[in-house]
Write a protein that binds this ligand. Structure first.
Ligand SMILES: [Zn+2]
Length: 399
């Protein structure tokens, strides 16, 4: 049994420790300097902060244009217009999905993400081709990152006839969750859209992750509909809504009854700390009992020229937008991109404890709040006990 010892790590609680890794798992966490029990490789972290791998709860591996020359953004005034612009880009550039995914996976893994949830476009034009490409990319990258796939109806379910059947086929062929998108804003049919996607989820026994940009009271009405259907379908704890800008744009009473409905159905809310639009109030949601998690969303694609897949930077952006300043709040922002995302994704062996998967990241910081504030380089990234970035030399040079 080969053992790797990560020596002189600073743990999130401030202790110095030596962390033993065996068979892809954390085998021991001992006070730094304790005699090593057996021979094996030792990597001296020289005081670097050691944390569990980051978990990106929402990304689009099939959309990125990374790998191509920088593409100027083509604006669209509405979500529907931007969907049309994206189709133009897709047709003109012909950039294969597998190449996009491979390039973006390399980028995010270098930043310490060890698990992710990717949406993949399913529509009447591309059918399941994007899914098939992502399934191949997932297999190719399985030693680097764990990937969940959401079958995402980017052009709607009612507005793009036949997509409900494609979503069903996508689950049969390997997608993990059913997606959805703006039942009112894109399909103009809240009942019809939710009927279709919940039917697939129930039939196939999978969860849902629904994009929701619809605003204010309309969006909150849809959130309560989703919560009610989640309970009726027996899917409590297995449904997430991504973005949910509406929660940041309503008064206290509307927010309160919507948050209460979400908490009762255990519907989680994903935020990426978006630009100048309302965003869900993270601490108020958590106080109401709603699980909140984080993701990158669009990275250098037709939707956004920004992004690099760094979930530590994402934590900073969310904290910045939420006005987080205290250490405890910076640590909360970190958790959204780490333990809280892992929990929503159902990653039971995520964490820095004996027996957990050895998915770990080391970086030059004295604490998690300092890391969020400074976004230091990742010195070491380990997936199931295999180091695929960094070295002790790098650590000793930087620290
Ligand atoms: Zn998205």
């Amino acid at each position: 049994m080969s053992v790797i010892r990560l020596a002189n790590a600073t743990l999130p609680d401030g202790r110095r420790a030596d962390v033993a890794i065996a068979d892809g798992r954390i085998a021991g966490i001992d006070e730094a300097g304790a005699p090593a029990p057996e021979a094996g490789q030792t990597i001296d972290l020289a005081g670097a902060l050691l944390v569990p791998g980051f978990v990106d709860g929402h990304i689009h591996l099939d959309k990125t244009l990374l790998g191509l020359p920088f593409q100027p953004h083509r604006p669209g005034a509405s979500v529907a217009e931007r969907i049309a612009r994206e189709k133009d880009v897709r047709r003109e550039l012909g950039h294969p999905v597998e190449a996009r995914a491979r390039r973006l996976i390399a980028e995010i893994v270098a930043h310490g993400t060890t698990a992710l949830r990717s949406h993949v476009d399913i529509d009447s034009e591309v059918g399941l081709s994007g899914l098939h490409a992502l399934l191949r990319a997932r297999e190719e990258a399985r030693d680097l990152v764990d990937i969940q796939i959401v079958a995402f109806p980017q052009s709607g379910v009612i507005a793009d006839p036949g997509v409900a059947d494609l979503l069903d086929a996508a689950i049969r062929e390997g997608a993990d969750l059913v997606g959805g998108l703006d039942p009112a804003g894109i399909d103009d049919d809240i009942e019809g859209h939710l009927d279709a996607i919940f039917a697939v989820a129930q039939r196939r026994g999978v969860g849902l992750d629904i994009h929701l940009h619809d605003p204010a009271e309309l969006g909150c009405f849809e959130l309560r509909q989703i919560a009610a259907r989640t309970i009726a379908a027996g899917l409590a704890g297995r449904v997430a809504v991504s973005h949910a800008f509406a929660l940041g744009a309503v008064d206290g009473e509307e927010f309160g009854r919507t948050a209460e409905a979400l908490a009762r159905a255990d519907v989680a809310i994903m935020t990426n700390g978006p630009g100048p639009v309302p965003m869900p109030p993270v601490k108020r949601l958590i106080a109401a009992g709603v699980r909140v998690f984080a993701g990158s969303d669009n990275i250098r694609d037709a939707w956004s020229p920004y992004g690099n897949g760094d979930m530590l930077e994402r934590a900073m952006l969310i904290g910045y937008r939420q006005g987080f300043l205290a250490d405890a709040d910076l640590a909360l922002a970190f958790d959204l991109a780490n333990a809280r995302s892992a929990e929503v994704l159902g990653l039971a062996d995520h964490g820095l404890r004996v027996g957990a998967a050895a998915d770990l990241v080391a970086m030059p910081a004295g604490s998690i709040p300092e890391a969020v504030a400074g976004r230091p380089a990742r010195l070491l990234v380990m997936k199931r006990g295999r180091v695929h970035q960094g070295s002790s030399e790098a650590a000793s040079h930087i620290l």
